[in-house]
Each structure stands twice: as structure tokens, then as C-alpha cells.
Design a binder for this molecule. Sequence first.
Ligand code: NAD
Length: 349
Amino acid sequence: MNTPWGFEDFDAHENLHFVWNEECGLKAIVAIHSTHLGPAGGGCRFWQYADPADALTDALRLSRGMSYKNAMAGLPLGGGKAVILANSQREKTPEMLHAFGKAIDQLCGRYVTAEDVGMSVSDMIEIRRQTPFVAGLPVEGGEVGGDPGPHTSLGVFLGIKAAVRRALGKDSLNGLHIALQGAGSVATGVAVHAAAEGARISIADVDQAKARHLADAVNGTVVGTDEILGLEADVLSPCALGAILTEETIAALKTPIIAGGANNQLATPEDGGRLHARGILYAPDYVINAGGIINVCIEYLRSGDARAVREKIEGIPVRLEQIWSESAETSRDPASVADFMAQRLIGRG
Ligand code: NAD
């Protein structure tokens, strides 16, 4: 990787913007990885980081992931991401969101924001007061827009089904056990779809109340956050935060399939090889979790209706199949195959 700045995750990002507004306490980073295919599209994360360097790492990794995600989903968008560094009280005021909107506006459309972890549709409404370069806004009368979460969930569910078909030879999730890490927006939709097809769901979330609420809704079981990754299950679906697949956790996995919505699931590129060596089928995260950005893109560009969104999301399992087939033919792990495909699409292959 190209690291002229000494940041391990710097990958020839086109621009990095550091935003600081003392009056309202906004501290944010906007990372634009690539605008090769269009304006850099990617959500904004609101998170309390132990160290600002962690926020930079997150912005660098997430924005590169967005370039890959948008390219692999066939969207006319480049890749970018913003992170807002929450203070210890995790206060998010309208003033902060307005200041963030102003900062986005100054980028003149090179970056388009939307929801990510910690940000909601109502936050997008506040940002919209200062800039048009935002999506994930509420919609009326059948127009495309709103929370991208359910669209991400649908894509992940279809991806899980494709993985089950490939690895287990089954066309339905009926009777299968799915271990779900997280009980937030994406996990909830995945659990609801999978339970409707007859899957048995185990759920872990650091927020016990959320885990319990979701388990009750889908007749599932709550398990500990330290148990979920090592649970014996047909599918492990990581739908919380990133870097959870490490040398150590991979060695302890008891599942034939990893297919979930969380961004940046692999702690290092080598971890894709480790999963492959163990014979675990991996659905590259930025391919399977593209449903939300598909909805955001069609909303922002006003390029289609709900049917167009659905059709594009149905392309996710098709793309996964292409990756797994190439992986089988070349003996390269699916994560590397996907990276290689994405890099070619953004002109960096
Ligand atoms: P969310 O904030 O609604 O849910 C995340 C959940 O994960 C929270 O309930 C949180 O308590 C839980 N969590 C955090 N750390 C955990 C841990 N160690 N163990 C168990 N649970 C933990 O966020 P979301 O929108 O559902 O996003 C989940 C993941 O999917 C994130 O990685 C996000 O970047 C990714 N993603 C989301 C979308 C989207 O449309 N929302 C799109 C693509 C990717």
C-alpha cells in the first residue's frame, strides 16, 4: 500500500479534510478515497474514539471500502466517508450537524454524505439545512430515500442465501442456525428476513436490552458478546463493528459461512486467506452490504424508483457468485478476488 504519510491505511486517498469548530465542538474527518467513478459517496459515522488516530484510521479504511463497494455495485459513485468524533457525553447537537453540513457544502459535491453508525434520518434533515450534498432523507409518495438500513439488510439476507446455496447446497434458511453479531438497524432486518424463512437466530449485542428486544421479536436467543464469534452455527453474520475477524477469532470459528453487513470485518488482508485456508466461505463485506448505498445513490441521483433499487440489490448475490467462482478457479481467497476486481473498476488495478 502507498504510505507517503506513514499512515498504514493511506491508500492514495484523493483528499483528507479535518474539520474543527470550537464554538459547537464539532470535530470531524472527511476522507475522499476516489472520485474516479463519480462523487465520493459514503455515510457519516458518529462514534466515540479512544484516540483521534483511531478516527483517522476508520475514515481511511471506510472510505476505501466505499470506493470498492460503489464500484462493485455498479454505481456511478466514488468512495468517501466522514467520521464525527463524539465527546465523552456523546452529545450530538443541531449546531454540530449544521457545522458539519457547512463543511460538506464547501466540498462542492465531491463528497455526498448519508447515515452510518450513530447517525439517523433526523440528523440528515439537520445536515440538509446547510448542504444539498446529502441523502438518506425522508421521502413521500413512493419516492426513493429514507433510512438505508433496511436495504442493506435485504442485500445481506440475499447474500446469506447465496452463501448457503453455495456452501451447504440448500435453497432455504429453514432450520438453519444464524449467529448474529449486533442487534442494530442492519441486524434487525437480517434477523426478521431470516426468521421469516424459518431460521433459528442467536443474537449478541453489547447493548443487552437491544439484543433482548430483537430476540423477542424473532423468537431468537440472546448469547454473550464473547460467545457469538465461536458459536456453532450454519452462518455467522457480523452486523456490528469492524476488525472482528482476526488470526485468533478465525482459529476459533465454528461456522462454514461468514456473511454479514459490518464494514471492514477482516482485521488485516491476511485474514481473508486465513478464512479460505480453513474452508470457511466468506462474503466480502463491501459487496454483500451494498444495499443501503444502492438506495442512497438512486435517491441522490434521482435515477430510479423502488423497483430499480430492488433489482440492483438482487444483483448482490450474482456478484458474490462471480467472486466465489473466480476464487474456486484461482484458489485465491474471495476477499482478495473482490479487492482485485474493485481496484480494476476504479482504475487502480
Ligand atoms: P447500528 O448502530 O444500528 O447497530 C450496531 C449495533 O452493534 C449496535 O446495537 C451496537 O450496540 C452493536 N455493537 C457494537 N459493538 C458490538 C460488539 N462488540 N458486539 C456486539 N454488538 C456490538 O448500526 P447499523 O446501521 O446496523 O450498522 C452495523 C454495521 O453495518 C456497521 O459496521 C456499519 O458500518 C455497517 N453498514 C451499515 C449500513 C446501513 O445501511 N446502516 C450499510 C452498510 C454497512
